[in-house]
Design a protein around this ligand. Sequence first.
Ligand code: FEO
Length: 169
Amino acid sequence: MLKKKVEDAINKQIQEELYSAYLYLSMSAYFSNKGLAGFANWFDVQQKEERDHAMKFYNYLLAHGSKVKLLKIDEPGHEWKSAIDVFKAGLKHEQHITECINNLVDIAEKEKDRATFNLLQWYIDEQVEEEENARTIIEKLSLIKTDSNGIFMLDKELSARVYVPLVIA
Ligand code: FEO
């Protein structure tokens, strides 16, 4: 069984990951409403990946005979000013998640919990990728500005993103 402090912190992180899924699902809907199916697809893949992140923690708790306590999930917001505004909000959120993961690492270290510390290495690597993905699209969108041809091309590019389910141990 995990120590109570670790168990509580992981339950809190499950909430953070599920909120992320909720936020990206809302962003996906925002783009669907605007007729940008590629952007919508990108966020749909993103929200599915977030559910996997939550489930990886969920299974980890159960594997240790610890308790899963699902917490309340806030409303994610429904309106953004522009496509770049959506990705900037997404990046800001990912930076917050990186901070959460780093705090979890601190707790695992303090509690001398090697297994949780090892699990978190996967999330640390994942966060580098998550922030980089958002940053790359923000850079593209700042070059495109309001050029509709550029938006159309990027929409096509983002439609190619495919969801690959995470193999959860
Ligand atoms: Fe699960 Fe995007 O952090």
